[in-house]
Write a protein that binds this ligand. Structure first.
Ligand SMILES: Cc1cc2nc3c(=O)[nH]c(=O)nc-3n(C[C@H](O)[C@H](O)[C@H](O)COP(=O)(O)OP(=O)(O)OC[C@H]3O[C@@H](n4cnc5c(N)ncnc54)[C@H](O)[C@@H]3O)c2cc1C
Length: 420
C-alpha cells in the first residue's frame, strides 16, 4: 500500500481538468491528475461532441501548447441567427475587429491534444485507479483512498469530474438544478454547399437548431428540443434525419448527408452552492452548467482553469481559503451572467415554457382551449390567449433581434462576452 502526498490533486481529466493540469505543469506545485478513463489516440471518425471555443480561450490553449496539429479545427467568421418570423442577427468577425469569432473543434481530439502536452512530463503524475473515499482533513489537507488501497493526501483537491461529480457528492455540496426539459441532439453532416466559415442558429417553435462549421464541406448540428421530439429525431434513419435537418435549416447549405449517428444529451442548468472550501475547488461542469445555445459551457470552465492557474502560480499553500475565495468571487459574475443570459433567451424562445399550464396537467387540445370573455362583447376573433401571448412574444423577440442587428454598440457588447 502506497501513501503519497502532493500539492494538488485534480479529479477528472476532461477538457477542464486536463487544461488546468496542462497550465500547472511547469508551476511550483506537484500535481496528480486522477482520471480512470484517459483519452485514446485520435480516431478518424468524427466525434459527435463538437464545441465552439472563444478566441480568448483558444489563445490560452495555444499558449499552453494544447492546440495541436491533430485538431480538425474550423474558424467561424460569421454568425447568422434567425428568429421564427424572419427576424435575424448577423455577427461578423470584421464587426468585432477580430480575425475570427470562434473556433469549432471536436471534444475528443482537443482532450487528447491537452493530454499530449504532459505525456512525457513527471508533473502532473497520472493516476488511473478510481478513488473510493475521501477523508476531509480539518486543516484543508484531504486524503483520497483509491480502489487499490493506496492513499493520496493533498493540500488542494480540484473537483473537475463533470456535471454529476462524485467529489461534489462526497463533500455534501448541494446545487441548484433547473431542468430545461430539452435534449441536445447532436450529429455531424456532409453538406452540398460550402459553409464559408459561417455558423447558423434558428430559434424555432420546436427548440434551437445550430449548424457549426467543420473543416471541408461538413457541419456539426446541435438541436436543443423537447425530449419527445429528440427521441423522434434520434430514431430516424440517417437519410431521413439529414432531410429533416436540411429542411429545418431552410437548406442554407443545400442537401445534407449524415456522417455520425445522432446522440442526445439532457440539458440542465446547475449551480453548486459552494465552489470553494479550505483545500477544495469545484471547477467547470462540476460547479456550473448552462444551456448550450450560446456555446459557453466549456468556455466558462476554461476561464475557471485560466484564473485558478494564474492564482496558483505564485506558489505557497494552494488550498489557502483566502485566495480560493477571491478566485470564486471573480469567477461568479461571469458564470451567473451567462446563466442569466442563456436562461433568458431560452425562456424567450421556449414556447412550451411560457404557454404550458402551471398545474402540470397535460395542455388541452387546441380546439378545447379556453377563450377569454370580454364584458364589452365577443373578441374571440383575436385568438386564444395562449396564441396571442405566443404571437406577442414572437414579435417581441424578432423585433429585439432586428433592433440588435441595427444597433452596432449592442451587438458589440453581446459579442464582447462571447469572445473572452
Ligand atoms: C449538446 C451540447 C453542446 C455543447 N456545446 C458547447 C459549445 O459549443 N461550447 C462550449 O463551450 N460548451 C459546450 N457544451 C458544454 C461542454 O460539453 C461541457 O461544459 C464540457 O464538456 C465540460 O467539461 P468538464 O471537463 O467540466 O467535464 P466532463 O467533460 O464531463 O469531464 C469530466 C471528466 O471526469 C472524469 N470523471 C468522472 N467521474 C470521475 C471520478 N469519480 N473520478 C475521476 N474522474 C472522474 C470523466 O471520465 C471525465 O473525463 C455543450 C454541451 C452539450 C450537452
Amino acid at each position: 500500500m502506497v501513501n503519497e502526498a502532493c500539492d494538488i490533486v485534480i479529479v477528472g481529466g476532461g477538457l477542464n481538468g486536463a487544461a488546468l493540469a496542462c497550465a500547472l505543469r511547469h508551476g511550483p506545485h506537484s500535481v496528480v491528475l486522477l482520471e480512470p478513463k484517459p483519452p485514446g489516440a485520435p480516431e478518424e471518425n468524427w466525434d459527435p461532441r463538437v464545441y465552439a471555443y472563444s478566441p480568448g480561450n483558444v489563445n490560452w490553449i495555444k499558449s499552453l501548447g494544447g492546440w495541436g496539429e491533430t485538431l480538425r479545427a474550423q474558424a467561424v467568421y460569421r454568425m447568422r441567427i434567425h428568429g421564427d418570423a424572419g427576424g435575424g442577427l448577423d455577427f461578423d468577425s470584421l464587426d468585432a475587429g477580430l480575425p475570427e469569432l470562434a473556433w469549432i473543434a471536436e471534444n475528443g481530439r482537443l482532450q487528447s491534444a491537452l493530454w499530449n502536452t504532459f505525456a512525457d512530463s513527471p508533473n502532473p503524475r497520472i493516476v488511473t485507479t478510481p478513488a473510493e473515499a475521501i477523508t476531509w482533513g480539518s486543516g484543508g489537507r484531504h486524503t483520497l483512498r483509491l480502489a487499490d488501497g493506496s492513499t493520496l493526501t493533498t493540500r488542494l483537491l480540484v473537483a473537475a469530474d463533470g456535471a454529476n461529480s462524485w467529489v461534489r457528492q462526497q463533500a455534501g455540496i448541494g446545487f441548484l438544478l433547473e431542468d430545461y426539459h430539452h435534449v441536445g441532439v447532436v450529429a455531424n453532416f456532409a453538406t452540398e454547399k460550402p459553409h464559408r466559415g459561417a455558423a447558423w442558429q434558428w430559434f424555432r417553435a420546436d427548440g434551437v437548431l445550430a449548424y457549426l462549421p467543420l473543416p471541408g464541406k461538413r457541419i456539426s448540428m446541435v438541436w436543443s428540443t423537447p425530449p419527445e421530439h429528440a427521441a423522434e429525431l434520434r430514431a430516424l434513419a440517417p437519410d431521413e434525419l439529414a432531410r429533416r435537418v436540411a429542411e429545418a435549416g431552410r437548406h442554407a447549405l443545400g442537401e445534407l448527408a449524415c456522417i455520425t449517428p445522432a446522440a442526445g444529451f439532457p440539458l440542465k442548468r446547475r449551480l453548486a452552492d459552494e465552489w470553494v472550501r479550505p483545500g477544495l475547488v469545484l471547477l467547470g461542469d462540476t460547479a456550473h452548467t448552462v444551456h448550450p445555445l450560446a456555446g459557453q459551457g466549456v468556455n466558462l470552465g476554461f476561464r475557471d482553469s485560466r484564473l485558478l492557474a494564474e492564482v496558483l502560480k505564485s506558489g505557497g499553500d494552494p488550498g489557502e481559503i483566502g485566495r480560493l475565495t477571491a478566485y470564486a468571487a471573480r469567477r461568479r459574475e461571469d458564470v451567473v451572467s451567462m446563466q442569466f443570459v442563456t436562461g433568458g433567451l431560452r425562456k424567450l424562445f421556449g414556447h412550451e415554457t411560457l404557454c404550458a399550464p402551471s398545474s402540470g396537467k397535460a395542455p388541452e387540445p387546441p380546439d378545447k382551449a379556453p377563450t377569454l370573455r370580454y364584458p364589452e362583447g365577443d373578441k374571440s376573433f383575436l385568438g386564444r390567449p395562449d396564441e396571442r401571448l405566443e404571437s406577442l412574444i414572437r414579435n417581441m423577440r424578432n423585433l429585439g433581434m432586428n433592433f440588435t442587428d441595427h444597433f452596432p454598440p449592442l451587438t458589440q457588447a453581446l459579442m464582447h462576452h462571447a469572445v473572452l
